[in-house]
Design a protein around this ligand. Structure first.
Ligand code: 5GP
Ligand code: ZN
Length: 137
């Protein structure tokens, strides 16, 4: 038995405030919004994260995200927006079913989604870039 909350929302076993639906994604309002109008674009099939989601479904998720971000910021009169995907527990992902957050932003809205900027040691940036390039070969 799959006890994933988002699978249950997609199957309409748990109620949600739906703003958009097609064959691949469901768009709902987050129940505990960072700002009012905070949207979740959820892929209908269960995949834990970005890497495990097939390319065609991920492309559909991102196309829906772009379209719904435009509608959301227009509807809310927002100044700006964040588009966020958390992948894995250490990133802050709580529900391991791929979803995109669209967070409408306003000047001085009190949200602090920025992160501190770290420094590389001498030569480290090239070493890390080399490792990533190696995996891409
Ligand atoms: P994550 O941290 O996994 O990227 O984000 C999960 C999000 O799902 C959170 O922002 C949380 O508020 C939202 N959420 C959790 N349970 C429910 C629910 O039952 N309904 C809705 N609409 N959102 C939920
Ligand atoms: Zn699921």
């Amino acid at each position: 038995m799959n006890d994933c909350i988002f699978c249950k929302i997609i199957e309409k076993q748990i109620p949600s405030t739906i703003i958009y639906e097609d064959t691949v994604v469901l768009g709902i309002l987050d129940i505990n919004p960072a700002n009012k109008g905070h949207v979740l674009i959820i892929v209908k099939n269960h995949y834990p994260d970005t890497i495990t989601t097939p390319e065609d479904e991920f492309v559909s998720v991102m196309a829906a995200t772009k379209m719904i971000a435009k509608a959301t910021i227009t509807a809310l009169g927002a100044d700006a927006y964040n588009i966020i995907i958390n992948n894995g527990k250490a990133s802050g992902q709580v529900i391991p079913h791929l979803h995109v957050h669209i967070v409408p932003r306003f000047p001085d809205d009190g949200l602090h989604l920025e992160w501190p900027h770290k420094k590389y040691a001498e030569g480290e940036i090239d070493e890390i870039a080399g490792k990533i390039r190696g995996e891409l070969e």
